[in-house]
Design a protein around this ligand. Sequence first.
Ligand SMILES: Nc1ncnc2c1ncn2[C@@H]1O[C@H](COP(=O)(O)OP(=O)(O)OP(=O)(O)O)[C@@H](O)[C@H]1O
Ligand SMILES: [Mg+2]
Length: 221
Amino acid sequence: MLLTVENISKKFNNDAVIKDYNVTIGPEEIVVLVGRSGTGKTTFLRMINNLEKADQGTIRINGDPLVENGKYVPRDKQRAYQNRIGMVFQNYELFPNLSVLDNLIEAPLAQKVDTKVNLKAKAIELLDSMEIADKADVMPSTLSGGQAQRVAIARAMMLSPDILCFDEPTSALDAESAESIGMLIKEIAGRGTGILIVTHDETFANKYATRIIESKEFKVN
Ligand SMILES: Nc1ncnc2c1ncn2[C@@H]1O[C@H](COP(=O)(O)OP(=O)(O)OP(=O)(O)O)[C@@H](O)[C@H]1O
Ligand SMILES: [Mg+2]
């Protein structure tokens, strides 16, 4: 399994949002997480991306744990885990003061995962595959919503993650852009990446999900 989540629990101020929840995601799966507002969908994505700590439980990618029975692995191993999972945020969260290309290479460069020349080449290749290579040198504020979304996806793909997560990827897009993001996600999944998408967009879910899971399952135990 690419992603394994076992008996994960999370409380905010003594209120359980997620209780003893289990799920797995395998290669090429497009798992869509649906459910009402406030039921912990974003919290769940943030936990598996190590942006929020779980109170209990185990999270692994390809067998390597981020947290095991509530105990987090050392910081360097957490970093290694994080390099294997990517997140595309609802508002994209591009760095406004960096060009598109620099948005892509900033984090891997800071971590010294490769040379600047190689990272730039990889970034251009990704932008090209998403048909936005002509935007490499522009600032994020000049992009359309659909283009910004593609840049955010390209940035999340820089380290070839095993799992890619999306929080509401189509909520700000028109039907045509949503459709083309769906096709792009399908293509990424086809290359072996596991996909986890939170969405309220039923048309999108029904069209692209290989499996639908529901946030009301977060608290059944
Ligand atoms: N940092 C936090 N501190 C306190 N409570 C929080 C925090 N983050 C989330 N919550 C609470 O946890 C619950 C789940 O929030 P979350 O954002 O995960 O919901 P969601 O399912 O993504 O909702 P939506 O569909 O509206 O985006 C909410 O009650 C929220 O108020
Ligand atoms: Mg949310």
